[in-house]
Design a protein around this ligand. Sequence first.
Ligand code: ATR
Length: 276
Amino acid sequence: MGKLYGLIGCPVEHSMSPAIHNDAFQENNLDGHYHAFHVEPDRLEEAVQALKTLDIKGFNVTIPHKISIIPYLDQLDETAKIAGAVNTVVNENGQLIGHNTDGNGYVQSLIEVIKKPLSENKVLIIGAGGAARGIYLTLTHSGSQHVDVCNRTISKAEELIKECPFLNTSKALSLEEAKENIQEYDIIIQTTAVGLHPNVDQKPISLVNAKNSAVVSDIIYNPIQTALLKEAKSLGLTVHTGVGMFVHQAALAFELWTGKTPSIEKMSAIVHNKLG
Ligand code: ATR
């Protein structure tokens, strides 16, 4: 009998996780099946209990359940504790253990495109929500020495830096201030919803004064080329798309569940193929 894996979120209908995980099970000759389950917020506790009863071996957690699932899990590992959010659950002998592979998945994919060690790059994060927080924390744990945060609402950027006092060099900036100082940064990371469908022509900041060697990263992967990344490309800057984060977080989850390392190239090809 095959082992059950899955995803819970709301909505999940357009998720690409089933395609990449089911392919990875096949590639690794494993009898696993991954299914996306639509779970409304007020049914989360029941859903987690049901998955436990059905002896699901592992599942991913997506919006809007990444934080609210925590009380229904038996334990959190260090990555989930640091992020204060869970995107991957492992069933260890009936105990549900929460992990977070988003931050490490993101940093692993970023390291593939940067030209010098992470510690030597000055980083600007655009946005101060949950995604920005996870990336800020993982970067600082991974050796980043200088990470500034800019946000439409500057007080939220200030709060993020204050809550996570790993670097005392970090500055909170308005979007306007960040635009004026954009030439200082080696890596610019876009974490807001600006550029998502249907507002695909919008970008939170202009890159015209960014340095030629800058890497511009957007965590949005649908569309793959956001308006910000299109501008970066037209200026000759290095572009890092959200597909990298998506497939690396998935690969880390797959490793936690099965002990096998799936092919990142194959996973990326499936996503590019589906998104065009
Ligand atoms: P997530 O968990 O995906 O990061 P979130 O916590 O809701 O989502 O955070 C959304 C981020 O996108 C915030 O930084 C938000 O800025 P504010 O704090 O000022 O709200 C940012 N954001 C959303 N819409 C925006 C817009 N139209 N222009 C600029 N920033 C925007």
